[in-house]
Ligand binder design. Structure first.
Ligand code: AMP
Length: 450
């Protein structure tokens, strides 16, 4: 099918041609005509499928008619993270260059007053993270009663981050009659419940099974010892011996580990940047920018910070920690092998990680192969704990390596990621926090005399 058959406006078709897209992706082909017909849509799709354009292109077409009123946005897009929100804004800039629409971004870590000034001028498209949106609304600076279309993007990530109560509050502030587009990569029961409350007679569009991994990604497991030092050592050897490594994302489960590992890699001469939830907005954007431009080869990241980011052509993904949730594995390795390119995903497995590996294999229906890259520890490393002769030295080196660590930037914003009590209370009991929300100073390692 061609883009011209989807019902998009001439201006939008010209923008699509200028972007160099020849055919719509499956999610675009299936969703766009329904969005234009004002139907609610439940889209089950991961990032990398072209889902952003699946809502941005029809929105641009629809917004060509009508004008925005002060403080009353016409459309609202909710994103779980600032980076994703900024990325959607970029899509409006890219596809909507000729539309002269007012697009505003309400995210934490950015001046409240500048955002307020933009709202006063009238906004066609408001892109927001839930916390900052509610802050503006509670101050009476924003009226959501004019919203004709609501997009809830990455709903399952909103759930992981404890944003569902905020989303439900926002749902009460927008008109009942609005159109809703709801995107999620997975469909746990809580997301099904939320989708049922938000959507009216939706069209369901599913582009691939939620838990499939791209066939273009070569996946393998590498054994390592139990100490953090062993894992860092294994990672360095893997990176140094990797074939065809252009750039790599290294995932950790916790933001403290991101900071420690980043520091360690830099110390060992790697060109690495970090991305985690304790960095302020400008530091996060700067790191991402360096990585996108190829100025940094390695991005050390947490799931929350890296979810859904559009970073083209990542050749390697390393799981420094095996993710606790198998869904996160699918998302992580989805950073490589995009758009038919080949990619490599290597997971470093410590003895205590076997259960998590089994959960990944169950979800994906694939058995992951153990790589023999000369990097593996002997297989008895996977046996239950027995003190190894050099454990003490490892610990000592670990402390030595961690001693100079200082948080890379000030603890962030009062917004979104930094509303610990509310977020923790909001998080369903079965969802473990992916990043800890302790203040950074509590996470700073304490130097201990050897
Ligand atoms: P997304 O899933 O929205 O993160 O999009 C992933 C990537 O696909 C982005 O870099 C888009 O620019 C690109 N893209 C979106 N639609 C198309 C299309 N129809 N043809 C080729 N690339 C596309």
């Amino acid at each position: 099918m061609a883009f011209s058959q989807l019902g998009l406006s001439e201006k939008v078709l010209a923008a699509v041609a200028a972007a160099g897209y020849s055919t719509p992706t499956p999610i675009q082909e299936q969703a766009i005509p329904h969005v234009l017909a004002r139907r609610d849509v439940l889209g089950i799709a991961q990032t990398g499928t072209g889902k952003t354009a699946a809502f941005v292109l029809p929105m641009l077409t629809m917004l060509e008619k009508g004008r925005a009123r002060a403080r009353m946005p016409r459309t609202l897009i909710l994103e779980p993270t600032r980076e994703l929100a900024a990325q959607v804004e970029e899509s409006f800039t890219k596809y909507g260059a000729k539309h002269k629409l007012n697009v505003a971004l309400l995210i934490g870590g950015v001046s409240f007053d500048d955002q307020d000034t933009k709202l006063t001028r009238g906004v066609d498209v408001l892109i927001a993270t839930p916390g900052r949106l509610l802050d503006h609304s509670e101050r009476g600076r924003l009226l959501l009663s004019g919203v004709e279309l609501l997009v809830i993007d990455e709903a399952d990530r909103m759930l992981d981050m404890g944003f569902i109560p905020d989303i439900e509050r926002i749902g009460k502030l927008v008109p009942f009659t609005r159109q809703t587009l709801f995107f999620t990569a997975t469909m746990p029961s809580e997301i099904r419940r939320i989708a049922d409350t938000f959507l009216h007679n939706p069209v369901r569009v599913e582009v691939s099974k939620p838990a499939t991994t791209a066939v273009t990604v070569t996946q393998s497991l590498v054994k390592t010892g139990r100490e953090p030092h062993d894992k860092r050592d294994t990672l360095r050897r893997l990176i140094r011996s990797a074939e065809g490594l252009k750039n790599a994302i290294v995932f950790c489960n916790r933001k403290r580990e991101v900071a420690v590992l980043h520091r360690s890699l830099v110390k060992h001469g790697f060109n690495a940047v970090a991305l985690h939830g304790d960095m302020d907005q400008s530091a996060r954007m700067a790191a991402l920018d360096q990585f996108r431009k190829g100025e940094a080869t390695i991005l050390v990241a947490s799931d929350v910070a890296a979810r859904g980011l559009d970073i083209p052509e990542v050749s390697h993904v390393y799981n420094f920690d095996v993710p606790h949730h198998p869904d996160d594995y699918v998302h992580r390795i989805g950073r490589t092998g995009r758009a038919g390119r080949s990619g490599t995903a290597i997971t470093i497995v410590a003895p205590s990680d076997q259960k998590s590996v089994a959960a990944i294999e169950k979800l994906t229906g694939q058995t992951l192969a153990w790589a023999d890259a000369g990097t593996s520890k002997p297989s008895d490393d996977l046996a239950p704990s027995s003190p190894r002769p050099h454990a003490r030295e490892h610990r000592r080196e670990d402390r030595k390596e961690r001693r100079p660590f200082k948080p890379q930037s000030a603890p962030v914003s009062r917004i979104d990621e930094a509303r610990p009590q509310r977020r923790a209370a909001a998080r369903p009991r079965d969802v473990e926090p992916v990043e800890s929300h302790l203040p950074a100073f509590l996470l700073r390692p304490i130097p201990v005399k050897a």
